[in-house]
Design a protein around this ligand. Structure first.
Ligand code: NAD
Length: 479
């Protein structure tokens, strides 16, 4: 299959002059041709979104909700086709926490977002008058997505935008554009033209979007350096920003834990999507009393995990998504080994074809090693021995990032204490990375600005208008 994909602009599928080949990271085989947008293509997409905006903004709320449910239905009706495409372009397995799980998440998030309320808030209603607060859609939103959960993250951007009355120009990652472009083909049939536009291309396209004067907001998920560039480029037009950036999440295991009881949760907290997940567990701090037990229990799981082509349902982890990430994991593990880390399991590439790397656990690790300081974004977990809970908290917080964190204990008071001390946007107790569509998710420090999900996430696609001096009897229609 080497199909040429197309943009979605103003309700039409539009062919491009130039394409780049997308390859399956498990086999190296060509998968499809990604269209490369010119600046003119982007101008057409932004103009379509701008033209569609006033009517979509003024569309009855229930109609916008119904449209969001129609989008959700697409994920349910085409689930298997979409999952197989994601597996082939991203690498994750069909089974486990893989592509079928991702498509299921798309439908669940779409349905939840569709049903979120957008009420008018009455701030005052007395003899001095009535004051109401409206939330109005910001306008045209530019969405820029990464390659790790290509479609789920696209849904996290798209659904709150269209639910709130914004229109959208989306740009998927150059590594994994096909699943988003495929959704564009389906969406063309269920949304008014111009409400969602999808263009693909290289990083330059994202930079053009960020500086575009007819885009009022950028929602971006990706790396910290790119987030910084976006924030700078958005300044001249004072765009609204939601930035979901990198994480280097820490987990802290307290001495009361039974290693065999927590090992599976720890393993999947770290190795979900081969570690290529923003809020995966990337540094594990284990109290010395249970350190050996945790290492042994984790190695027992990691060494048994079937790794291979994700289309084969016997496999539960696939390849890394791209060569850049593959090389980074090799480099960070080799650096740790050279500096005295003990390989508990894994530590090498697998096979000659595809970006396969064995699930890797490293002991005898120091806080200063690159694999602790940098985000590995791959299947390699450093395990660091601590002699007190306070030491674990201090080391966990010794990071420029602050996306998620976790504490593993049966002691509820200790769990609450550690959770409140961790400098991050989400903390899980005896789990890691369990996000949900009704719970706001976002980073502190360099991990981002703003939140996604729930009513708070929806609000990021709106601006506030306060209306003062209304007569208490006057009802203001929702706009
Ligand atoms: P990336 O920053 O390289 O690319 C992300 C997107 O930004 C791509 O679509 C890319 O084309 C685009 N882009 C690149 N340069 C740009 C520019 N100057 N202006 C505008 N857009 C530009 O990140 P990636 O390699 O795709 O993703 C991996 C990183 O993303 C990891 O660091 C990971 O932690 C992070 N991430 C974070 C979250 C989160 O929710 N916090 C989720 C997924 C990934």
């Amino acid at each position: 299959m080497d199909h040429q994909y197309q943009f979605l602009i103003d309700g039409d599928l539009v062919a491009a002059d130039r394409h780049s080949g997308i390859h399956n990271p498990a086999t190296g085989q060509p998968l499809g041709q990604c269209p490369i947008a010119t600046r003119d293509d982007l101008e057409r997409a932004v103009a379509a979104a701008k033209t569609a905006f006033p009517q979509w903004r003024d569309t009855a709320d229930e109609e916008r909700q119904a449209a969001c449910h129609r989008v959700a239905q697409l994920f349910e009706d085409h689930a298997e086709d979409i999952a197989r495409l994601i597996t082939q372009e991203q690498g994750k397995t069909l089974v486990g926490i893989g592509s079928r799980f991702e498509v299921g998440g798309c439908a669940a998030w779409a349905r939840h977002t569709a049903d979120l309320p957008m009420p008018i808030k009455v701030l005052q209603n007395n003899h001095e008058g009535r004051v109401e607060m409206l939330r109005k859609p910001v306008g045209v939103v530019g969405s820029i997505t990464p390659w790790n959960w290509p479609l789920l993250i696209a849904v996290w951007h798209m659904l709150p935008a269209i639910r709130s009355g914004c229109t959208l120009v989306m740009k998927p990652s150059p590594y994994t554009p096909l699943s988003t472009l495929y959704i564009g083909q389906l969406i063309a049939g269920v949304l008014p033209k111009g409400v969602v536009n999808i263009v693909s291309g290289d990083d330059q396209l994202g930079a053009w979007m960020t500086e575009h004067e007819d885009i009022q907001k950028i929602v971006f998920t990706g790396s910290i350096p790119t987030g910084r560039r976006i924030m700078g480029a958005a300044a001249p037009t004072l765009k609204r920003l939601t930035l979901e950036l990198g994480g280097n999440d820490a987990g802290i295991v307290l001495p009361d834990c039974d290693p065999s009881a927590i090992a599976e949760g720890l393993f999947w907290g770290a190795f979900i999507n081969n570690g290529q997940t923003c809020a995966a567990l990337k540094r594990l701090y284990v109290h010395e009393e249970v350190f050996e037990g945790v290492c042994t229990a984790l190695a027992g799981i990691a060494s048994q995990i079937p790794v291979g082509n994700g289309l084969d349902e016997a496999n539960v982890l696939g390849p890394l998504q791209n060569e850049m990430q593959f090389r980074k994991v090799i480099e960070l593990v080799d650096d740790a080994k050279a500096n005295g880390a003990r390989v508990l399991t894994g530590g090498q590439t697998l096979g000659d074809i595809g970006y396969f790397y064995a699930p890797t656990l490293l002991g005898n690790v120091d806080q200063g090693m690159r694999i602790v300081q940098e985000e590995q974004f791959g299947p390699a977990l450093p395990i660091i021995k601590i002699s007190s809970v306070e030491e674990g908290i201090a080391l966990a917080n010794d990071s420029e990032t602050g996306l998620g964190g976790s504490v593993w204990t049966n002691d509820g008071d200790a769990a609450r204490h550690v959770a409140t001390q961790l400098e991050c946007g989400s903390v899980w107790i005896n789990a890691h990375g369990m996000i949900a569509p009704h719970v706001p998710f976002g980073g502190v420090k360099s991990s981002g600005i703003g939140v996604e999900f729930g009513e708070e996430g929806l609000h990021e696609y709106t601006t506030i208008q306060a209306i003062h001096g209304l007569s208490p009897s006057v009802e203001v229609p929702q706009g």
